[in-house]
Design a protein around this ligand. Structure first.
Ligand SMILES: [Fe+2]
Ligand SMILES: [Fe+2]
Length: 312
């Protein structure tokens, strides 16, 4: 598997929030340097469920009043557009993963796995609500008054690779699982794609940089609070994925090939999702990091998790 970041010299600096204790409590290997040596202690499915019970939060508790002032009065128009582009992929992405998880939950072979995945469906629904509240209360989009209208408007800001990843690669596997819940190879592919690539490489890398950027710029405090909760949830979801894939590989070595094949297909597409459609020279230093830094951080997160699974 080729991650394009291997060609470039980039120092990977860990985002400041990666050291948070509540993030580390999830056992996501990407947060542990020891994972570079293939060492990490992963939580079991019931422990991950219990952690979910302890890590609850509510979109209704977030206050976006300062965010509204920042968005309309403090953030310049060109930067506002680029920020909206970046956030749109997250908004739509949350809606798509919330919609696709049901058949994957049903196909999981063990009850403890299904119970954890049921909590993840609730999380993904809350993430959609979080974006809907932020967009609605801050007034990010003119004339889009409800969730359906906001999703339609934000969809315009996603690129072709984004659709390839969600609407072709993921949806085709989930559709197969809906018809054939006993198809374990497809479930392993779907979890590799969903938890390792979409959540692990794409969502979390972007989330950390967006949170760090807003924190240093002292902008969008309500958004930062909510998005940090989303990131913590994602670490827990990815920890489930790493655990599941590790267990499957330990059960049958043949799954290594299934996972490898999925990564080879999906990682180049995911790498293209990271890049916005405008020329790189027009980047207004989007979220304070270069495209190379984002690619490098995403690749490091993936490789740490793969080492712990024993795939590297
Ligand atoms: Fe999510
Ligand atoms: Fe998630």
């Amino acid at each position: 598997m080729e991650a394009r970041t291997e060609d470039v010299e980039v120092t990977v600096s860990a985002p400041s929030r990666a050291g948070r204790e509540d993030f580390k409590a999830t056992s996501d290997p990407a947060l542990e340097e020891s994972a570079d040596r293939g060492k990490a202690k992963l939580l079991g499915y019931t422990e991950l469920y219990e952690l979910w019970e302890r890590q609850q939060w509510a979109t209704q508790d977030l206050d976006f009043s300062q965010d509204k002032i920042d968005w309309h009065e403090r953030i310049p128009e060109e930067e506002r557009f680029q920020r909206m582009y970046g956030l749109s992929s997250f908004f739509i992405g949350e809606q798509k993963v919330a919609d696709e998880l049901g058949p994957m939950m049903r196909a999981a072979p063990e009850e403890t796995q299904r119970i954890f995945l049921a909590t993840q469906i609730a999380d993904e629904a809350r993430h959609v609500r979080f974006f809907d509240c932020f967009y609605g209360q801050v007034g990010v989009l003119d004339g889009a008054d409800d969730l359906a209208a906001r999703l339609k408007a934000t969809e315009e800001h996603t690129n072709e690779a984004f659709h390839e990843l969600f609407d072709d690669l993921l949806k085709s596997r989930v559709d197969r699982l809906a018809n054939e819940p006993g198809d374990i190879d497809t479930l392993v592919e779907a979890i590799t794609l969903y938890h390792m690539v979409i959540e692990g490489m794409l969502a979390l890398s972007g989330q950390h940089f967006i949170i760090d950027y807003n924190t240093t710029q002292k902008t969008l405090p309500g958004f930062v609070e909510g998005f940090s909760n989303v990131a913590r949830d994602e670490h827990r979801h990815i920890a489930f994925g790493v655990r599941f894939i590790t267990d499957m590989v330990n059960t049958d070595d043949r799954f290594r090939g299934v996972i490898q094949g999925m990564l080879e297909e999906a990682v180049p597409v995911a790498d293209r999702v990271i890049d916005p459609p405008w020329d790189e020279e027009d980047d207004s230093d989007l979220f304070g990091v270069s495209r190379e830094e984002t690619h490098a951080f995403a690749a490091q997160c993936l490789s740490r998790r793969l080492k712990v699974i024993g795939l590297f």
